[in-house]
Design a protein around this ligand. Structure first.
Ligand code: PSU
Ligand code: MN
Length: 309
């Protein structure tokens, strides 16, 4: 099967669901391979899948195993991904994993690409990559993917380890709507506040679905960011987290950390410096985002009510 050598391995359940227009939610896997420390990574991966199912949608975790792109993993595949070496797979890295037959965790950009290829429209993650503070040329491929791939990305905003004003400017330049879910403010991952505005506010999954249909029906091809703030219970205030992120950022510069290693380094250091609090916060909104993404996927697949004029 040489011609299908590099095709996507989609589980029967997901294939069937897509065919029947049932709600499916893509989930990324860099968070499993590079984002969260063990054993949280595997537990979280399982819990996100369960969270999607609890809302009546089907989870589609995307990852590379032995050089094949999997859409939907069995539990033992999840376990293997979480406990073996894996590369971080953004757009430029798929062919590396394919040709070297290795494991890989897909980033937001990588997961959007795979989701779009097989027709999944909704994707849940924690935080997107953006414009880094450490180097002006370090701009995540997530920005490029959001500009060009029509997928809804449910996230908790972006971390203040990034240059948030520049990240929002770039999204605006690229025509990417940034929706605040129940908020007018762009959430900053651990914190509900950034002082920056979203492009529009939405308050229900139905409103998201209506917005997305309007955007895409015009022929616009970009992704759409849906930003749900962390719950107040798990929030870490800016006063607390900013100095920690600042220190992590300084250390990255001093140690000459570059390229793809920057985000995982910052995540690990922020976790250490916050005594694991950042990981608990991260897990809480990853789960919330998985559930919201499922609700949005359901609203997207529900028959459209014709509005009487
Ligand atoms: N931000 C987080 N946790 C993460 C990531 C970002 O708080 O796990 C991951 C996501 O997969 C994101 C990627 O797409 O890091 C961005 O990496 P880079 O900056 O190298 O593009
Ligand atoms: Mn980068």
């Amino acid at each position: 099967m040489n011609s299908t050598h590099f095709s996507f391995l989609v589980t029967d359940e997901i294939r069937r669901a897509l065919k029947q227009d049932q709600p499916v939610v893509a989930l990324e896997s860099t968070v499993i391979t590079h984002g969260l420390p063990a054993p949280h990574n595997l537990r979280l991966a399982r819990d996100m899948e369960a969270g999607v199912r609890s809302r009546g949608a089907i989870p589609a975790t995307v990852a590379l195993l032995n050089g094949s792109i999997h859409i939907g993993l069995t539990d033992s595949e999840l376990e293997s991904l979480a406990s073996n070496p894996a590369i971080k797979v953004s757009l430029r890295d798929f062919a590396t994993a394919l040709t070297k037959k290795i494991n890989g965790g897909t980033t937001v950009a990588g997961t959007m690409f795979a989701a779009h290829k097989i027709g999944i429209k909704v994707f849940a993650t924690g935080g997107i990559g953006g414009v880094h503070k450490e180097s002006r040329m370090d701009i995540s491929t997530d920005m490029q993917a959001l500009a060009t791939l029509p997928v809804i990305v449910v996230c908790a905003g972006a971390k203040s380890i990034l240059d948030l004003p520049s990240t929002l400017e770039l999204l605006e330049t690229n025509g990417v709507p940034v929706l605040g879910y129940g908020t007018d403010e762009f959430p900053a991952f651990f914190s509900r506040h950034s002082g920056l505005k979203v492009s529009a506010r939405v308050d229900s999954p139905q409103e998201v679905a209506d917005f997305v249909r309007a955007h895409w029906s015009l022929g616009l091809q970009s992704g759409i960011l849906v930003c749900q703030p962390i719950s107040a219970e798990f929030e870490i205030s800016r006063e607390e987290i900013d100095p920690i992120e600042e220190q992590a950022s300084q250390e990255a510069i001093e140690r000459g950390i570059r390229g793809q290693a920057v985000t995982p380094f910052l995540l690990r250091r922020v976790n250490e410096l916050s005594d694991g609090r950042s990981t608990r916060a991260n897990i809480s909104f990853l789960l919330n985002n998985a559930r919201l993404a499922a609700d949005i996927a359901k609203a997207m697949t529900a028959p459209i009510k014709t509005r009487s004029l």
